[in-house]
Design a protein around this ligand. Structure first.
Ligand code: HEM
Length: 465
């Protein structure tokens, strides 16, 4: 089951990797005049992996600012959960505000909690179960679109289209399919530029017509227009029962005031981006992995046929698909869409026995934690059964954190899991997927972990023997 194409020589290789450095926190040897920044811009995963392989669980690397890379689940738990009040949004999230304003993801003010409380009911399990029918319907549309194509198809693009369609239907009650290509491309470019800005020492003022600013202005306008349409459409159509309505109707408990227009736009754009990109990429990686593991596909088909023969799986069935659950967890382990999570220490602290200063940037990479050899034997291999109850027993709870952890854990995690657990088995029951020969797997870590060249596949209807 070893998967030789998954960046084999970059995995931390020694099961004896140190957990806590003996002396002061080590610093990764600089790779250029800018520390590691130039290399990090080109290949951040390689820098992170080298830092971890060379120095273990706590190591300083030199980026725009020096940052502490924490790769042991104990340290991650400390930062994200146990001492979360001491760790705020760092400068990188502040730079993201140019894209998503003060929406839920970037908001680091006292209003975050009330905004989070507002959004949370839209993501309760029961509510998500009631939305699953839309996920099924949109998946059928995708199957119909791709099953009779005589050419290969970029399934990554299809997955963006699919998850955007679902986000539009379920969160905003609007059909986004027509704009899907334009929105998907604008979102990808906006995230790429936002990520690049996070790694720039000098930022030109927004008003200066640099090529980057001009490109950003163009794609941001596309996204802002969609958000404006979504809100205008609702004001015309009257109330609906969805997340958008919850945001629009919300009143401040003390003042009775509604959310102002800018805050509403920021929340909608945040949900639009966070609610489709991450899941789309995870699905694409899932299809790529499954295309190389036909025995796992066979098990998924057999399971779905046993649980839901000749009909679409409903929400309850989907949540009982054990093989699919393991597959989804393993896909998110190997290809965590949110590959880097960062925080800034608001005060001096001690992480895993090591003192750290107020203002320190802390980086935690699910990509690395998910490959930590102390918790994941044979970490590069695609082995869904490592998520069986027996093999999971005793595993550190923070060794798997595709949705982060603590109070700022992904608000859409149940939504994303329901989507993946519905879409993947439906796709493999209906279709056969084969990567086009010569396809190069190249994860592109912008803010999300996307397949740089898409996932070009030959797709056929599945004909059971
Ligand atoms: C596979 C899919 C997904 C992954 C891997 C993922 C991952 C994450 C992670 C790691 C965070 C924490 C970021 C941080 O604190 O630095 C996060 C936050 C967030 N996610 Fe997701 N996400 C996914 C799907 C979704 C979906 C479907 C939605 C909405 C429909 C969503 C909405 C959000 C929002 C609004 C936040 C900010 C929450 C807060 O700070 O209170 N995500 N996500």
């Amino acid at each position: 089951m070893e998967d030789p194409m998954l960046l084999p020589d970059q995995a931390p290789s020694s099961p004896e990797a140190p957990v806590v450095p003996a002396g002061p926190i080590p610093r990764l040897a600089k790779s250029g005049p800018l520390g590691h920044l130039s290399e990090f811009r080109d290949n951040p995963l390689a820098v992170l992996q080298r830092a971890f392989r060379t120095h273990g669980d706590l190591v300083t690397i030199d980026l725009v600012r020096s940052a502490l890379l924490v790769s042991h689940p104990d340290g991650v738990k400390h930062v994200l959960q146990d001492r979360h009040t001491n760790y705020g949004r760092p400068f990188f999230y502040r730079r993201m505000k140019r894209l998503v304003g003060n929406g839920l993801l970037t908001n680091d003010t006292s209003s975050w909690l009330s905004q989070r409380r507002l959004a949370s009911p839209a993501f309760h399990r029961k509510r998500i179960a009631s939305l699953q029918g839309r996920m099924v319907a949109r998946t059928h549309e995708t199957i119909a679109r791709v099953q009779d194509l005589r050419t290969s198809v970029d399934m990554a693009e299809e997955m963006v289209r699919l998850t955007l369609g679902i986000a539009g239907d379920t969160l905003f009650s609007i059909d986004l399919l027509e704009q899907a290509k334009e929105v998907g491309e604008a979102a990808a470019e906006a995230l790429r530029i936002t990520n690049a800005r996070g790694n720039q020492i000098v930022l030109w003022p927004q008003a200066m017509p640099t090529p980057q600013n001009v490109r950003f202005g163009r794609v941001k306008a596309v996204l802002d227009n969609v958000v404006a349409d979504v809100i205008a459409e609702r004001r015309k159509s009257g109330p609906r029962d969805d997340l958008l309505q919850m945001f629009m109707d919300a009143e401040d408990q003390d003042t009775g005031e509604r959310m102002n227009d800018q805050q509403l736009k920021d929340e909608v754009l945040t949900m639009l981006l966070a609610g489709h990109e991450t899941t789309a990429h995870a699905l694409s990686w899932g299809l790529m992995l499954l295309s190389r593991h036909p025995e796992v596909v066979g098990r998924m088909r057999a399971e779905l046929d046993a649980q839901s023969p000749h009909r679409d799986p409903d929400a309850a069935t989907v949540m009982g698909l054990e093989t699919t659950r393991r597959v989804v967890h393993e896909v998110l382990r190997l290809y965590p869409s949110a590959w880097l999570i960062s925080r800034e220490a608001l005060d001096d602290d001690v992480i895993m026995g090591q003192p750290i200063k107020k203002g320190t940037d802390v980086l935690m990479s699910p990509w690395l934690v998910h490959r930590h050899p102390q918790f994941w034997p044979n970490p590069e291999a695609f082995l869904p059964d490592r998520f069986s109850p027996e093999q999971s027993e005793g595993r550190h709870r923070m060794a798997w954190l595709p949705f982060a952890a603590g109070p700022r854990m992904c608000v859409g995690s149940n939504f994303a899991l329901m989507e993946m657990m519905t879409i993947l088995p439906m796709l493999v029951r209906a279709l056969e997927f084969e990567l086009v020969p010569g396809y190069v797997i190249d994860p592109e870590p912008t803010i999300t972990l996307r397949p740089r060249h898409g996932i070009e596949m030959n797709v056929r209807r599945f004909q059971p023997n």
